[in-house]
Design a binder for this molecule. Structure first.
Ligand code: HEC
Length: 118
């Protein structure tokens, strides 16, 4: 009788969870943002960002571009903004920020942001 070697069974790839999204956040966003309510740094806090109106925190000094942006952040808006901020809110003040080109990284990052919200 021949036993199947375990290498014949493909390993289930590790599920991309909020953990790797947190790493991406730490690398790309944490210099300027936290996910804690009320904790604004160089950038506004991103607590409950999904479902929040753009440029709406009362105690953060937004650019007039962000203040005037007339939409609510959803996952699609966030994805485009994180890729190319100026295409979503032209004239915004989120700089220096080069954009996150990898769609996979953006998806993980957005899952992380969702996981830190109420
Ligand atoms: C160099 C600092 C910096 C980095 C890095 C940065 N941001 Fe920002 N971010 C800002 C600033 C400043 C603003 C406010 C922009 C304005 O008023 O035009 C902002 C605004 C935002 C907003 C709009 C918030 C609101 O209240 O409407 C979101 C969403 C956002 N950033 C997400 C991110 C994410 C996600 C990352 C990482 C991928 C990131 N930012 C990286 C500085 C930064």
């Amino acid at each position: 009788m021949i036993l199947l070697s375990s290498s014949a069974v493909p390993q289930e790839p590790a599920r991309a969870g909020a953990g790797s999204g947190q790493l991406i956040f730490n690398n790309a966003c944490r210099t300027c943002h936290t996910t804690k309510e009320g904790d604004n740094r160089l950038g506004p806090n991103l607590h409950n960002i999904i479902g929040r109106k753009a440029g709406s925190l009362p105690n953060f000094g937004y650019s007039s571009a962000m203040k005037g942006a007339d939409f609510v952040w959803d996952t699609g808006k966030l994805d485009s903004f994180i890729a190319k901020p100026d295409e979503v809110v032209p004239g915004n003040n989120m700089k220096p920020y080069g954009g996150l080109a990898s769609a996979e990284d953006r998806t993980k990052l957005i899952a992380f942001l969702q996981s830190t919200s109420d």
